[in-house]
Design a protein around this ligand. Sequence first.
Ligand code: IPM
Ligand code: MN
Length: 362
Amino acid sequence: MRLNIAVLPGDGIGPEIIEQGMKAVKAVCATFGHELHWEEAPAGAAAIEATGEPYPEATHRLCMESDAVFFGAIGHPKYDNDPSAKVRPEQGLLAMRKKLGLFANIRPVTTFPSLIHQSPLRADLVDGADFMCIRELTGGMYFGRPQGRSEDGNTAYDTCVYTRGEIERIIHLAYGYAQKRRRKLTIVDKANVLATSRLWRQIAREIEKEYPDVETEYMFVDNAAMRLIQWPKSFDVIVTENMFGDILTDEASVITGSLGMLPSASIGIHTSVFEPIHGSYPQAAGKNIANPLATILSAALMFEYAFNLPEEAGAIRQAVAASMDAGIVTEDIAQGSKAYATSETGDFIQAAITHLGLRIKN
Ligand code: IPM
Ligand code: MN
C-alpha cells in the first residue's frame, strides 16, 4: 500500500518524539512492504517564527493532500504569559481542527501492567481499566462567537454554541465505537445548568433508541470527574462536548500512570490527525529525555484508523510492550532503574518492529 503522510513536528519536544515515531512508521513500512511518502511542514510557534502564521496555508494544503497527519505538539512558553501576543501557537491547533473538520477526538485510555503502581490511584482500582473518551472537537466554547471583551476591558465573555447536526454526528460516532467495544456509552453533560447540554441530552435520548444493543448512561460532568478516579473500570466509551472533554481527558490520562503514554486520533471530514495527548514540554526540549511512547502509539492508531492496517498497528503496540518489559524506557517511567534516552527508546522499538514484523510474516 502507498502511504502519504504529512508530518508536523511542531514545538518543544515535538521534533524529537516525532523522529522516534517516524522510526516506527519506517520500520513498519519496510517490514510489511508499504511504500512510504512523507513530507514535513511547520506548525505552532515554529511556524509563527517562519511565516507569521501558526497554521500556514502551505501546511494546510499538505495536510489536505495527505492520507494522514502525524503531529507532535504545539506551544511555547514565550507566548504563555504575554497577553499582548497577537498570534499564539495554540491558535494553529484550533485552526487545523476547524479547517480539517476534525470533529471527534478519540483518546483511548488503557493501563500498562508495569506502570500500574505509578498511578496516583490504588492498583486494584486501575488494573484492567480500559475506556475511550470521545471529545467533540470543533464546537462549544472553543469556537462559539461572540468571544472577547467589553470596551472598557473589564468584562469578558465566551459563548458555548452547539447545533443539532454537530451533536448528532458525534453521538452516532460514539455509539459506533461502543458497539465495537463493551457496548456501554456514558454521555457526559451539565444538563442541570446549560442550555447546550440540554440540547445534547434531548438529541442523545432520540438517538439512543437506534442503538438498543448499547447501554446508555447519562452523567453530569462534575459527577463524571469524580467517578473517573473513583471507579475508572465502570466506563467503556465516554462522549462529551469540547471543553468538558479537554478537562476529563487530562484527568483520565494520569490514571494509567503517565501522561507520556497516551495517544490520540482526531477524525472528521478531511484528513485525520494522530498525536500524543501531552503537550510540547518545553523544559525537556532538545534534552533527549522525553517519553516517545505516546507518539509511537499514535502511529499505531494511524495505521489502524487511517490505513485500516490492524496487523501493522499491532506490531507497533507489541514493540512498545517489549520496550517496557525490557526496561528500555525514559526517565518518567524508569522507576529508579536506568533511564534510556528518547532516541535509544525509539531505536529499540524500531528494531523490535522489524523483528516482530518478520516473525508475523513468516
Ligand atoms: C488539547 C490541548 C489543547 C486544547 C490546547 C493546546 C489548545 O489542551 O489538545 O487537549 O485545549 O484542546
Ligand atoms: Mn487539553
